[in-house]
Structure formats: C-alpha cells, structure tokens
Design a protein around this ligand. Structure first.
Ligand SMILES: *[C@@H]1O[C@H](CO)[C@@H](O)[C@H](O)[C@H]1NC(C)=O
Ligand SMILES: *[C@@H]1O[C@H](CO)[C@@H](O)[C@H](O)[C@H]1NC(C)=O
Length: 434
C-alpha cells in the first residue's frame, strides 16, 4: 500500500486523503488564474423556452414510423425494413438508453474528477470491494451516484474533466471532491460546476447547429435529471466556530445552492434531485477529534452539536426548495433527507449487518474509531478491515460501497423525499414504439 507514496500520492500521503479540500485550495492559486479567464468567456445562457420549443421539433430519426406495424410489400422495401428493425433493436437495447443525468457535488459523488484534474494518484486499497482497482473515487467501491445510475439502467457517469475513457452520452458528473457550495472558497465550487454545465450545453448545441455530433441532443436537456449533493465541506468549514455562529453561517450556503438551481432552471433544467447533508457528527474523523468530555455525545455515540448543525442545514435547504417550487414553473424539485437516511444507518446498524458503525475500515490506530488524521487510508494496511466485513465508514469521512448501497436504496425508495416521489418517476416514459 506504500505505492501511494509515489507521484501525486506523495503529497497526498503527507496531508491525508481526507484533506483533499485543502489540497484543492492550494491548487486554486494556480487554477484561479486560468479559471478567471475561462469563466467569463462569452456564452449567453439559453432561455429555457427556446430550449423547450426548439427541442420539440427534433424528431429527425422518425421513431413514429417504427410504431406502426406496416404490412410490408415484398422485395422493394426489404432494405428499408431491415434498417428499421435495426434501428428499433438499437433503440430498445437497454432501459437506460436516452436517460440523461447531470450531477453537481463534492467527494460524496465524485467519480474520479478530483484525481483527474489535480493529478492525484488514488492508490489501493481504494476501489477494492467493487471495481477491484482505484477509480479516483474516495471509497472501496461505488458512491451513491453510481447506484443511482445503475438503478436507471445507465452506465456510471464520467467526470467532466476526466480526459481518458469518458463517455458523456448519459450525462456528466461535475462533482469534485472537496468542493463547497460557497464560491471562491474552493476551485470547483458549485457556481463553477454550474458554469461548466452551461459551457458543456453550449458546446453541444453549437455542434448540433453545425451539423456535427454531440453527446447530448438538445431535447435531452429539459428531460434530464439534475442531481446535487453538496454542503458537507461548507459545514466542515464552520465547525470550529461557536455554535450560534455556525448556524449563522448556514443561510449563505443555502442561498448559493438555491442560486445554482435557479441558474440551471434558466438554462433549461426542469427536474431537480437535491440531497441534504449527512450526519457528519457520526463520522470517525469528527469523533476522533480531541474533546474535553463525552457530554456532547448522543445515545448512539455521535456528536450532537455537529449533527444539529447538519439537521439545521437540511431544514433550511428543504425550506429553500419549498420556495423554489413556487417560483420555478413546470419543475419537479425533490429534497432527499440524507441525514435521516445516514443517521438511521448508525442508529439501527445491527439491522443492516453492521457491527461497528463509528469505526473506520481503512484507518489507523484501532478502536474506538480507528482514525488518525495524520495517516491516510493508503499509507498502510495494518488496520485495514477484512474484505467483506461491513463497515459504514471507509476512510473516516467517506462511506464504503456496502453503506452507499444501503443509502442509495433508501434514496431511491422515495420514503425520505419531499415530495415522496421515486427517482424513476422523473425519467421520461420511453416511446412505445416496440
Ligand atoms: C457511450 O455510451 C453509449 C451509451 O452507453 C454507447 O452507446 C456508446 O457506444 C458509447 N460511446 C463510446 C465511444 O464508447
Ligand atoms: C430505527 O429503526 C426504527 C424502526 O424501523 C425506526 O422507527 C427509527 O426511526 C430508526 N431510528 C432512526 C434514528 O432512524
């Protein structure tokens, strides 16, 4: 596991992989210059109405023809029928065909973005449980977004800035580990991620207008699902403050998320799936910080004050989404109570086959939390849990593949959502042409 010491992993090792956010802030100095130039390049936002109306007319491949079982006269039309059958076969290949998703967020939904853009070498045992090799995800396997994609029958989303092997035909993942919703704090804060989306959409529409191919067709943008999972790093950034000051710092973060949703709406987005923040007070990283006594621990061993900040964040976010439902016309805006889902996982852990809900799988130092801020998951496997042992926390901050799978099933159930809809209900109904 010492392989992490080479290349980009060297500095990562010294800083700890859980401090990727600080790593990014350092990179921001150089990147800000580039970004300052790029972000303000001209690129007018496409009014939603234009996207919608012109989108309606883009039915070039005549799918309607395939819907009618025309009795085909013999010889002459044979080639035509073949083509039609082929086209139909191609179209009904998979249920995820044509489903498009754009994601914005931090490490909880980063599918390899930070590794690619910062040149960070994420080494084994990262990825060991599912992909069997590191993928740039901060987990032993999949993140919640991966399970969401799988449930919709589509491939995992490629990171926007990953140059090798990316395929954007089912959408784009703009999430970058360490990112905040607050602008200027991190390089790839939410506003920048939305800028990147607008850039991507503009380039697709430009290509289509020139008659070239684009990964996403115009009418897919209003039909797409826009998911967001951000705020953890904003909360992390205020946890050193006195309790009431922490709470005072939340509304500006919520305002940024609201602004991002409004900008996406201006640019044609109509279906929003917004995750609240998890129970940060149950993370081994927080629990292993020195404390005077255990008076702030709740009945399940989590830090109550931190969890209260998270709950407050979520209720403010949920209220902001209530407001947006009134102002953003013809939109679906879903709030997912990640706190309830992730806290239940800790509180009712035995039900989920988890023995040590507050301990890190890939950590250092042993019980109770097996977490050492000075050592990264990749530096040694002395305290690494056994493959197949069910842990919630992979590295003290991020969840394991197993835990993300449980969380995702609850996210998808609709049970923890406002309104209580299932993600699958946001997917456009496939044309019944076969
Ligand atoms: C990209 O993904 C789509 C849908 O999964 C697939 O049809 C297409 O062949 C892929 N493109 C490339 C270049 O791999
Ligand atoms: C634990 O599970 C029970 C039964 O499903 C449920 O009523 C309770 O709310 C759960 N606890 C938490 C903290 O979610």
């Amino acid at each position: 596991m010492a392989s992490a010491a080479s290349g980009g992993g060297g500095s990562l090792k010294r800083m700890g992989p859980l401090r990727v956010q600080y790593y990014i802030v350092m990179g921001a100095v150089a990147a800000a210059v580039v970004l300052a130039t790029l972000r303000y390049m001209p690129g007018p936002a496409v009014p939603a109405t234009t996207a919608r109306t012109s989108g309606g007319g883009v039915v070039r491949s005549a799918p309607a023809a395939a819907a009618v079982p025309v009795p085909v006269p013999a010889v002459e039309v044979e080639t035509g029928e073949d083509e039609q059958a082929q086209r139909r076969r191609r179209r009904r290949k998979k249920k995820g065909d044509g489903v498009v998703l754009f994601n914005f967020g931090d490490s909880n939904s980063d599918t390899g973005g930070v590794a690619a853009v910062m040149g960070i070498r994420i080494a084994p045992p990262e990825g060991r449980a599912y992909f069997h090799h590191p993928t740039g995800r901060l987990s032993d396997g999949r993140v919640i977004l991966d399970f969401i994609c799988e449930s919709l029958g589509m491939p995992h989303l490629s990171p926007f800035m990953k140059p090798l092997g990316s395929n954007f035909s089912n959408g784009v993942n703009f999430a970058i580990a360490g990112s905040t919703a607050m602008p200027g704090v991190t390089t790839f804060s939410l506003d920048v991620q939305v800028d990147q989306f607008v850039f991507f959409k503009e380039r697709c529409l430009d290509s289509i207008e020139r008659g070239e191919s684009a990964p996403i067709v115009e009418k897919a943008f209003p039909d797409a699902i826009y998911t967001m999972d951000i705020g953890h790093n904003d909360i992390n950034g205020v946890l050193h403050l006195p309790y009431h000051t922490m709470l005072e710092n939340l509304p500006p973060v919520i305002a940024e998320i609201k602004k991002a949703i409004e900008r996406l709406h201006e640019n044609g987005a109509r279906k929003f799936w917004i995750h609240g923040t998890g129970a940060l007070g149950c993370m081994p990283q927080k629990l292993s910080m020195p404390r005077d006594d255990d008076s702030d621990l709740d009945e399940h061993g989590c830090i109550a004050s931190i969890n209260n900040v998270c709950k407050k964040f979520n209720s403010l976010l949920s209220e902001a989404l209530d407001e947006l439902r009134l102002t953003l016309k013809s939109s679906t805006i879903v709030f997912v109570d990640m706190f309830a889902i992730k806290y239940d996982l800790v509180a009712n852990h035995t039900k989920y086959g988890i023995e040590k809900p507050l301990m890190t799988c890939c950590g250092h130092g042993g019980p109770p939390y097996n977490y050492d801020p000075k050592e990264s998951c990749m530096t040694s496997d002395k305290y690494l849990c056994k493959l197949g042992e069910k842990f919630i926390s992979w590295d003290g901050v991020h969840f394991t593949d197993a835990a993300n799978g449980i969380v995702a099933s609850k996210v998808l159930s609709g049970e923890y959502n406002i309104p209580r809809v299932k993600l699958a209900s946001l997917v456009p109904v496939p044309k019944s042409d076969d």
